[in-house]
Design a protein around this ligand. Structure first.
Ligand SMILES: O=C(O)CCC(=O)C(=O)O
Ligand SMILES: [Fe+2]
Length: 317
């Protein structure tokens, strides 16, 4: 089938947002995606939902975003349909279902409990350390969300990089990761990001691009601190802020080993699927705290999957 004008606009707009920079040139891309969506392009409407919830070139609105998702599903976007099923019914629908899902998408959309889905956890959890904070929060994400994140990351895994190495590859980080830039984020991921921002009482703009990490047997993320080196990364910190907190969400438990270890705090932790570990990388005065040093230990059997969110002390810009 010949490519239509709106196919072309959608493809070109998405290509502009495919990189991993924190601030791509949104303006032109958004014009193209909006134009394709206005012409009824289902995939463009599905992406427009993400623009609405993030507030790119408009005021952020979950309601408008979810309305668009229902329209996109009605126009045949299976991706939009799967997001609605998860958000309304907390059910994970694999992407390769043989039968295209039929549904009353407007009705399903109306049942999405937005406030509940983005609400911070009120469970006391377990405070391992007060300074730096290391706080285990149970049941932070649902089983379906964990399955969703693994499925979204699995086809895109790449050798994990580190910020302060120009080649991006670090010998101390043998695990793999998948980044959620605009092109591969979605409303399920955005809801989890929103929940994390609420949990930390931080603006959404402070969250870096989310990642899912994968460790096979023997793969590890050796001892490191998540804060950015105040000297070596001075310009980056001035531009985009310091990385003051990290939130991990454990996505599975069918492995052995693979703890998150903080040797200076004598913590060795493994959460169950959906449990979060929130930790600070700076002390109460905002200074980098080397006691936050930690490692992702290698699994000795099976594979470990974890969602990792680095959080700055201010939004980039
Ligand atoms: O996988 C882990 O347990 C640790 C991950 C980690 O240190 C990070 O994402 O910064
Ligand atoms: Fe880390």
């Amino acid at each position: 089938m010949a490519e239509t004008e709106s196919d072309n606009q959608f493809r070109t707009g998405m290509a502009m947002l495919a990189g991993n920079t924190l601030s791509p040139d949104w303006e032109k891309a958004v014009v193209l995606i909006d134009a394709a969506a206005a012409a009824g392009h289902a995939d463009a409407i599905e992406r427009q939902a993400l623009l609405e919830c993030r507030g790119v070139g408009r005021a952020p609105s979950w309601d408008k975003a979810l309305d668009l998702l229902a329209i996109a599903a009605g126009r045949g976007s299976q991706y939009a349909a799967r997001q609605l099923i998860l958000l309304a019914d907390d059910q994970f629908e694999p992407a390769d279902s043989a039968e295209p899902r039929q549904g009353d998408w407007g009705e399903m959309r109306s049942r999405i409990p937005i406030a509940q889905r983005v609400r911070a956890s009120t469970a006391p959890g377990h405070m391992f350390s007060a300074s730096p904070i290391v706080h285990a929060v149970p049941d932070f994400a649902s089983a379906a969300e964990c399955q969703w994140l693994i499925a979204a990351a699995a086809p895109r895994l790449d050798r994990a990089g580190v910020y302060n190495n120009p080649s991006g590859i670090d010998p101390g980080r043998t695990n793999q990761s998948a980044l959620f830039n605009f092109c591969n984020s979605d409303m399920v991921v955005e809801m989890i990001r929103h929940r994390i921002a609420n949990q930390l009482d931080a603006p959404l703009g402070c969250l870096e691009m989310s990642q899912v990490l994968h460790y096979g047997v023997g793969q590890e993320f050796v001892l490191h601190c998540d804060f950015l080196d105040p000297q070596a990364m001075r310009e980056e910190i001035a531009r985009n802020g310091q990385r003051v907190a990290t939130v991990l969400i454990y996505l599975n438990d069918d492995f052995e080993g693979g703890e998150t270890s903080f040797p200076r705090l004598q913590i060795d932790h493994r959460g169950g699927p959906g449990d979060a570990l929130v930790f600070g990388n700076v002390d109460s005065a905002g200074r980098p705290d080397s006691k936050s040093q930690h490692a992702g230990r290698p699994p000795t059997r099976g594979e470990k999957w974890v969602f990792s969110q680095w959080v700055r002390n201010r939004a980039p810009g």
